[in-house]
Design a protein around this ligand. Sequence first.
Ligand code: AMP
Ligand code: ZN
Length: 114
Amino acid sequence: MTDCLFCHIINKEIPSKLVYEDEQVLAFEDIKPQAPVHLLIIPKRHIASLKEAEENDQNLLGYILLAARKIARDKGLAESGFRLVINTGPDAGQEVYHLHVHLLGGRGLGWPPG
Ligand code: AMP
Ligand code: ZN
């Protein structure tokens, strides 16, 4: 996907504050953090949103969650807790159409979200 912001970040054509990278996923700081820790975890393969994920993405989706857990632990959030958010589509306010998991923590998070 040539004209995707997060694909540009994956390809290092747009700078980001990387916190984790392996062969399947990338994690970097959100540019407009909503909490002391606010990271985005994305698959390196372009998937527009969770709506576009398919049955054979099962392993990748699980992999992303386990990566999020590892990163949360590395950020010291294991005890205090954290939240993962996947905005999907207009009502959820999805702005970037490359699947991403928000990892939020470092403060008490309200519920329900706005
Ligand atoms: P969403 O509303 O779930 O699509 O979230 C997109 C997120 O991407 C927002 O929290 C933005 O602040 C974040 N974002 C947009 N551009 C960048 C960028 N260049 N680097 C890091 N985060 C970004
Ligand atoms: Zn993309």
